[in-house]
Design a protein around this ligand. Structure first.
Ligand code: ADP
Ligand code: MG
Length: 478
């Protein structure tokens, strides 16, 4: 039996406001436990929440960036449940009327194609506190600093068909919120997290199977692993005659397994009702327009500009706009390279990203700065060095051995372009290899590579390949 995987993601992005969504308490990460939760965040009797306008603007920004409808009127609702890190007994969220409605993003895939994933809705809500299980023997600690931090919950349609697509979609949303400057995207600190809803169905079937919801996924790598693991589990159960139970499962990255946390609650278990302390949120056309005017260049637009302005192909362009940091790195490299956009793109994509990937580093942790990489590219373009020597310099730059020109100078890596010097070298090679020369002249032209190799070796790779080829052919013809 062939199975089709169906996935929908619920992404929680903490909005980068200075204060909480309904109070003036600070949102800063890493403060002394329980030093940043005020009476409003705790829902103590007699307090009144007041909506943070910045959080509203950020949600609108997201809606515009995700091609979505913005609701002119939305409602805050209480979602009631008990949990130690939610001492007031309910979370303020949005239910029937969310601020952002249907939208979509186009997600670039590995095979150079792209897929449109639809967004069902995105709503504003407050985060809960945190239960800490590790440092307290047999007890749990409660840190309420996070309570009341603004969240945007972004819900996708079940459009995703593989773990890889899920990662690509998550990366697209991650990049978008970073471009929009509405979330710092830090997954370790929990500023950007996701739950994955996963089901399977026989290929060709049109109705969906029963889904499970995976929680506790806090890295791109784990999203892929957790989903793949869950798909295998579901296939196993069904192929052995069992049934999938709708439930919430917790992913354990150490054991690479999911385990049941609780059976899935239904929406009506939460007893949603409009929060009587908060007025309906009315958004005017003027506000939407002013947010639209202030939008930065977004990934799709930047990608289009890179294609037109720099002559890049669509795939390279989508890699280079995959994050704002990456795009900035590229544009600085181009500037420093003396306008060599394609060569700069090649060096970033095939050399730098390869090396960063291997070292597990992000573009903004690159040991080679965009200025230095640009200079390296400019030295290839102006024929000071060959592409081969450039790789040696690249390594030296990676090891922080100094500036491009200093490395070229100190190591004597300048390309030899003096025709007379190259001809002398060729004469020596011809004299030392009479048999090969005779064979070449008798028609074995493949031997040219042999002579190129000898000349390059003798010069330490410092010859210009085009020039060398030309001179060699002339001399070999006699
Ligand atoms: P709930 O509110 O109970 O979490 P929703 O209907 O809001 O349920 O769906 C939550 C997420 O689950 C959405 O991202 C949606 O795309 C996804 N989803 C719904 N049905 C399925 C299914 N059968 N398989 C996989 N994902 C699904
Ligand atoms: Mg849900």
């Amino acid at each position: 039996m062939e199975w089709e995987v169906v996935i929908g993601l619920e992404i929680h992005a903490q909005l980068a406001t200075k204060s909480k969504i309904f109070s003036a308490a600070a949102t800063q990460y890493g403060a002394e436990p329980n030093s940043q939760a005020c009476a409003i965040d705790l829902g103590l009797p007699g307090v009144l929440p007041v909506l943070n306008e910045k959080a509203v603007e950020m949600a609108i920004k997201f809606g515009l960036g995700a091609n979505a409808e913005i609701a002119r009127q939305s409602i805050f609702a209480r979602k009631n449940y008990f949990y130690p890190d939610l001492p007031k007994g309910y979370q303020i969220s949005q239910y029937e009327l969310p601020i952002v409605g249907k939208g979509y993003v186009d997600v670039p895939l590995d095979d150079h194609s792209s897929k449109r994933i639809h967004i069902t809705r995105a709503h504003l809500e407050e985060d809960a506190g945190k239960s800490l299980h590790e440092d307290f023997h047999g007890l749990s600690g409660i840190d309420l600093n996070r309570a009341g931090t603004p969240l945007l919950e972004i819900v996708s349609e079940p459009d995703i068909r593989s773990a890889k697509e899920a990662v690509a979609y998550l990366k697209t949303i991650h990049s978008l919120v970073r471009y929009l400057d509405i979330c710092d995207g830090n997954m370790q600190e929990g500023s950007f997290r996701c739950d994955a809803n996963v089901s399977i169905r026989p290929k060709g079937e049109t109705t969906f199977g029963t889904r499970t919801e995976l929680k506790n996924i806090n890295s791109f790598r784990f999203v892929e692993r957790a989903i793949n693991h869950e798909v295998e589990r579901q296939i196993n159960i069904i192929e052995n005659g069992g049934k999938i139970v709708q439930e919430t499962r917790l992913y354990d990255p150490n054991k690479n397994e999911t385990r049941s946390m609780r059976s899935k609650e239904e929406a009506n278990d939460y007893r949603y009702f409009p929060d009587p302390d908060l007025l309906p949120l009315i958004i005017t056309d003027e506000l939407i327009e002013s947010v639209r005017q202030a939008l930065p260049e977004l990934p799709q637009q930047k990608r289009q500009r890179f294609i037109e302005q720099y002559g890049l192909n669509a795939y390279d362009a989508s890699i280079l706009v995959s994050s704002k940091d990456m795009a900035n790195f590229y544009e600085t490299t181009v500037k420093e390279s003396g306008n060599q956009p394609k060569l700069a793109a090649n060096w970033i994509i095939s050399e730098l990203l390869g090396a960063l990937n291997k070292a597990g580093l992000d573009i903004n942790e690159s040991p080679i700065s965009s200025t230095q990489l640009g200079k390296l590219v400019s030295r290839i373009a102006d024929h000071t060095i060959s592409g081969k020597i450039a790789k040696i310099i690249f390594e030296a730059l990676w090891n922080k051995e100094g500036d491009v020109d200093d490395i070229i100078e100190q190591r004597g890596l300048k390309q030899v372009t003096d025709t007379a010097a190259i001809e002398t070298l060729i004469d020596e090679i011809i004299a030392a290899n009479p048999q090969q020369v005779a064979d070449y002249r008798a028609g074995k032209e493949k031997l040219l590579g042999f002579f190129v190799g000898l000349a390059m070796k003798a010069s330490g790779g410092k010859l210009n390949p085009g020039q060398l080829n030309e001179l060699l052919k002339k001399k070999l013809q006699g």
